[in-house]
Design a protein around this ligand. Structure first.
Ligand SMILES: [Zn+2]
Length: 66
């Protein structure tokens, strides 16, 4: 079973979900710029995205009620 890791380009911030880091960033072309995002950081990022989505839904619902 292949493990997928989250890698973030230290230069431009692009994120890749692959087992091993890309040798070259396809966005900024920097070589070996990817750093691994640790699992707890991945969860934090996911929760932040999720919270943002929930917040938007909640705000939309709130507008409909009034
Ligand atoms: Zn980059």
């Amino acid at each position: 079973m292949k493990e997928t890791n989250m890698w973030e380009c230290d230069s431009c911030g692009v994120v890749e979900y692959v087992a091993t880091p890309p040798g070259e960033c396809e966005k900024c072309w920097k070589i070996n710029s990817f750093v691994k995002v640790e699992e707890d950081e991945v969860d934090a990022k996911r929760e932040a995205d999720l919270a943002e989505g929930i917040k938007q839904d909640f705000e939309e619902e709130d507008e409909n009620e009034n």
